[in-house]
Design a protein around this ligand. Structure first.
Ligand code: 5GP
Ligand code: MN
Length: 341
């Protein structure tokens, strides 16, 4: 298997770990399968190294990830503020997983910036910021879970992965590759998957737990989203706007809109899809593309965000009524590159 990181990086990691008794593991706001899977798996690996750790997130994560072993121990800042604060303040080392800039952890950013302990990044997003003491950053891989697997093997060998750890890692790799449909076209990806299966992962069970666990309301909200979808074949693009009323009507729960943004891409000829969900003072945006059209660049330039070439996120600061027009103006600007993609 290809080495993604240098001996020097591992030596530095070992030095930090040698001095640590307690670790904080922090992952991005609106945590997804990779964020939760990679964080929990890292906490299992640290335990084997006799380092106790707490996983901390700024807000809650979807119910369809709550089967992950030990996810019930995750400290959600909005629910347990002082516990979250203490876990960060008392840590000897802080792991930052699945994000590339501290502003991705919202309220936790300030608490982390007040600490002086080493910050170790493990992440697969492009262009990590200079806010970390040690970076295990490599964007051409499927997921942070894959990086945690690789680092775990370097630290302790392949035998360390219990079934529970392997399931958490599998969940991260499966969800971030869209069930193996993208970001996974290299042999090492499937070699790791094969190793996880050897650790006892039941692929069918996990697929079922993650993808067949929705509420009736979520399916109806999907129906609403698809019926509101605007398709613009001249730009090879489509977008969906969901208002706060839509969310209320279908009793929105965190995680319910996950995956919606992928549907327009299954229309013949569509290479760019946007989903906008109205929040209190902005619109939260998900962007997906097919082929060469780079949504990371688009999100950075126009939507206060970023991510990967084919999957990114951001925010739009305009009203719900204005945003359709704004988006169509941006599509127009990119007409040529959209048509080439
Ligand atoms: P999703 O659309 O699934 O929420 O996110 C897609 C990708 O974009 C993920 O890799 C996620 O980490 C990243 N992302 C989502 N929202 C933001 C954001 O507001 N800023 C940045 N920089 N990245 C984001
Ligand atoms: Mn990820």
């Amino acid at each position: 298997m290809k080495n993604l990181f240098t001996k020097k990086q591992y030596a530095q990691l070992n030095e930090y770990l040698h001095l640590a008794k307690r670790a904080a593991i922090i992952t991005h706001t609106n945590p997804d399968g990779d964020a939760i899977g990679s964080s929990v798996a890292l906490s299992h690996i640290l335990k084997k190294l006799k380092i106790s750790s707490t996983v901390i997130v700024s807000n809650n994560f979807p119910d369809f990830l709550k089967w992950i072993a030990d996810s019930e121990k995750i400290v959600v800042y909005t629910e347990k503020k002082s516990l979250a604060r203490a876990a960060i303040k008392n840590a000897d080392v802080i792991f930052c997983l699945d994000f590339n800039a501290l502003d991705r952890i919202d309220i936790l950013e300030k608490i982390v910036r007040e600490t002086t302990v080493p910050r170790i990044l493990i992440d697969h997003h492009i262009a990590p910021k200079d806010e970390f003491d040690l970076k295990f950053s490599y964007y051409p891989v499927s997921s942070t879970a894959e990086l945690v697997y690789r680092i775990g093997v370097k630290l302790l060998g392949t035998k360390i992965f219990t079934k529970k750890t392997a399931e958490a890692l599998f969940c991260g790799m499966m969800t971030d590759s869209g069930m193996f449909s993208h970001s996974s076209s290299y042999p090492d990806f499937f070699k790791i998957i094969a190793n996880l299966l050897e650790c006892g992962v039941d692929k069918e069970k996990i697929t079922h737990l993650v993808y067949d666990n929705f509420s009736e309301n979520r399916m109806k909200l999907l129906g609403q989203a698809l019926s509101k979808m605007v398709v613009l074949p001249e730009y090879h693009a489509a977008y969906i706007l969901l208002s706060r009323n839509d969310l209320k009507q279908f009793d929105f729960k965190i995680g319910d809109t996950e995956g919606f943004v992928n549907y327009p891409l299954s229309i013949k000829g569509i290479v760019l899809s946007l989903l906008l969900v109205e929040k209190e003072d902005y619109l939260k945006m998900s962007l997906r593309s097919q082929g060469n059209f780079d949504v990371n660049k688009l999100a950075r330039k126009h939507f206060n965000g970023g991510g990967h070439k084919n999957a990114a996120g951001g925010k739009m600061f305009c009203t719900y009524d204005e945003c359709g027009n704004e988006i169509e103006k941006i599509f127009e600007k990119y007409e040529k590159s959209l048509c080439r993609s």
